[in-house]
Every structure is written in structure tokens, then in C-alpha cells.
Ligand binder design. Sequence first.
Ligand code: 2HG
Ligand code: ZN
Length: 483
Amino acid sequence: MTAVSPTPADPTRLLEQLAQLLGPSGMLTAAGDMDPFCTDWRNLYHGRALAVLRPADTRELSEAVRLCVAHGVPMVPQGGNTSMVGGATPDDSGREVVICMGRMNRIRGIDPHEMTMEVEAGVPLKVAQDAAREAGMMLPLSISSEGSAQMGGVLATNAGGNNTVRYGNARELVLGLEAVLPDGEVFHGLRRLRKDNTGYALRQLFVGSEGTLGFITRAIIQLQPAPKEVEVALCAVEDAQGALALFSAFRTLDPALIQAFEYMSGTGMALVNELIAGASLPLEQPAPAYVLVELATPRPGADLREFMEGVLADAMEKGIVTDAVMAESEGQRASLWKLREEHAEAQKRAGASVKNDVSVPVGRVPELIARATRACEDLIPGIRPAPFGHLGDGNIHFNLVQPVDMPADAFLARSHDIMDTVADIVRDLDGSFSAEHGVGQLKPYMMTEWRGGAELATMRRIKAALDPRDLMNPGKIFPPATP
Ligand code: 2HG
Ligand code: ZN
């Protein structure tokens, strides 16, 4: 890859051209206005930008990219700015432009026969979900940040979330894509075909590329039938072994009914109870760990409740589940989900925390949790392991909250020790160091060790072929190349 020339000697000309192209509502240059776009959700990264661009459509975006390339100015794509790994935050050089997709926010159509939705990149996930629901269908992707996260970012990061266990990651939902390439050319792949075996599936290159190969601008999403029956239960278990046994009990009987299977530690749940208004545990006693299970079917009259009750009764008899509550109404379902969805927010309020978004083969989750808990407690006495997440996918957010009596800075100074400690165990269990949050600017240093050799070399060759001057979201995914 050729290094980018430093800041254009004088960016004034570029800024004039961009202002002319995008108009007053399409560009911000005052530091105060740009601040929210230069800081990530976790408050880990504080960058600076030359400008924040807000194109209104694909043509404007394509033109803006051509101008930036002509001036050698790096571009950072940004959707809802909910990245957990600083993937959408500029560096602190002040020479990058942030390009936000928020004005490209139309749902362009829903087809009930194909069960597809065509969305622009800036549509918030929640808005897309609601539109699918109003049309009698479901967009089967659900993440804690869905109110802010936008479809373009969800796809660019191959988001996972709560429904992956049944419907797959964002990648599995995409039939077609339109993207603006790093040179400004438009990639027209907005096809809506189930079958299209015509060479490389290029759309999949952009999914999970974290904005390093261009901007996703539009997509065709496969929807699913709306569930007619839904049952949600919160179960108390002794440990992750119990949670896994419960997962197997449901899976053996009918895997197609499991819409979500989420694990939560007692520590994490206690933080939610304490720090989130309106959240309260509906069980008599706090437990060492919990499972939230959601079953759903589009078939009316399927006796889902009876099925759930049967599995839970059997699990209680075997001592796998020690207590359980099933939601009786949509309101109660939402209350149970709140206990799970607010984990990230509660941990943010509890002080400094270190996140490990890891995955292992599902049968190894109990070992992961037991070993990583011990190792982290040995490393920093008083540390509060609060693992939770998508047990059904083997994806655990092995998060650690600072000890109560340790200053946040001192704790964060140990972040890499903690991440390395967890990573060693994950590697030993044949897992991944980033299950669903991506690599961003937080974890490129792990790529060489985990994805080195031919794998990283191939990624670099693809990147260099599409973006030879490394102008698209530089510093994300890739560690600096060693000479
Ligand atoms: C979730 O599952 C998100 O709620 C956030 O992926 C996880 O805060 C986290 O580590
Ligand atoms: Zn998650």
C-alpha cells in the first residue's frame, strides 16, 4: 500500500468544492459541531476531523469521494456511531473527513411476495424493524443499539446480536448491495435474487469490511414472516454449565423455535437492577447466572407456551433451572428483555470496564467463563467479571468492571493485560477474539497473531487492489504493515 500524502498543503480548495457540492446542510466544519462525530460511544477515542460530510444521496457521496481522493484526504464512514471498537471514529490528525450516512435514510420499498426490504444506509435499524412489522413481517436482526445503529453500519460491521442463533448475522440477510467504491465509482449490486451464481459474491466483501473497502449505500434485506406466537422466559441457573444444558434441551427438541438464547451473570444482572431505572428482577432471589430464552413461531396455534413450560418444568426437575418466570404479556416480555438489553448501559454507568467480545464453540462456553473468571480475578483482585451475551452462538461478552476501590485510569491502564489474559484462553478453546463487534481501531494489533499468514496477506491484497492509497477508513482492521 502506498502511504497517503500528509494533509493537503491547503485544504481550503477541497472544502470549497465540498461545500458547493453538498450545500449548507451537507457539511459541518466548526469544531463544536463536529465533536459528537469524533468521539465513540464508549468514550475511548477522541479524534479530530477536517470536516463532517452529510451527503443526501449516492451521487453526492460518489462526487464527494472523488474530490477527497483527488486531494488525498482519508475518509471515515459513520452510521449511528455505536461502534464498540472505535471503527467509525477519525484519528486525531485532523486530516480525515468523517462521512455520515444519516441523510440517506429512506426505506425504498417492501415486497411482500419476495419478503424483501430495500433500505438506504442511513435508516436506523429500529425504523427498518418497525417498517417490516407494519408490513406484517420481521427484520430478524436485533442489537442493543438498534435505536441509533444504522443499516449501513450494521451491514458494514456484519452485526450479530440476539437473533443470530436462528437467522444468522447481518451477512446472511443481504441479497444485494449498492456501494460507493474508494475511488468514487458506484458498485451496482442491488440484485434481489436468491440464486445468482455468477462469480465472486462481491456484495459479501463489503459486509464486515468495516468501511475499509467503500461505503455501503443501499441494500436488499431478506425479511421473515412475523411471529404469531412468542414466549419469553427468564431462568435462574447455577452457572454457565446449567445454561448450556438448558440450551441443549431446547435445541434437541426444536432448534427452529429458538429466537434468542442469552446468558447473563449474577454480577451483570445486579448492576442492571441497581443502575437502570425501571429494571427489576422478577425472581424471588438473585441467582449466580441467568438465561433469557425467546421462542417464536409464525404458525398460529402452535402451543408454544405449553412447549416452553414443558421444557422448563423438566429442567427444574433435573435441577438445571432453579427458578423461572414466563412473560404473560407483551409488556412483561419487554421488561424481561430490558434486563438483558441494558447490560451495556449499566456497565458503562458502573465505572470503567474492559470488553472482550469473544466466541468459542458453543459447548466450550462454560469452560471459557470459568477459566477467564479465575484468570482475571488472579490478575486484578477485586475485578468484577460480568459476562453476558449470545450463548446460543457461543458469543460471550466477557466484560470486566473495575474493582470498586480502584481508580478508573489505573484499571484502564491494565486493559491490554486483561484482554490478553482472556484472549489466551479463547485461543486455547479455538475461538475468536472478536465475535460480532469487529476489529475497528481497538484490535488491529491482534490481527497478526490471530489472522496472520495467508489470511491477513489476502485481506491486504484485496484492500490494496480496491484502495491502493489507503484512504478508506485507515487504521481500522489492519495492523501497520511490517517492512
Ligand atoms: C450486546 O450484546 C452488545 O448487548 C453490547 O453487543 C455488548 O457491551 C457489550 O459488550
Ligand atoms: Zn452482543
